[in-house]
Design a protein around this ligand. Structure first.
Ligand SMILES: [Zn+2]
Length: 92
């Protein structure tokens, strides 16, 4: 996070992966980006404080948010649904 004039800029680094799990992880992490940009945080300490308010400690300095889990699961369900063969409605 940095300030450019009166605006905030959040840089998100993503290590490219393969497979559907990487899409689920990216969705999860981009939800965190939305959470940061939805707050007024403009530096690391403020981001940490924001996550301390909205998240749940998961060990060490890590905090997790329910919304990131929800988004990750939604993407997982969508990807799973795409793998299912399309079933045509039975006709009498
Ligand atoms: Zn997370």
């Amino acid at each position: 996070m940095t300030r450019i004039g009166s605006r905030r800029a959040l840089f998100v680094g993503v290590v490219p992966g393969t497979g559907e799990r990487s899409l689920e992880i990216m969705a999860h992490e981009f939800q965190h980006a939305v959470e940061v940009l939805s707050s007024s945080a403009s530096n690391e300490a403020e981001i940490d404080a924001s996550f301390a308010r909205i998240g749940i400690p998961v060990g060490g300095r890590l905090t997790e948010t329910a919304a990131a889990g929800v988004v990750e699961q939604a993407v997982s369900r969508e990807l799973s649904a795409r793998r299912q063969p399309h079933r045509l409605a039975r006709r009498p």
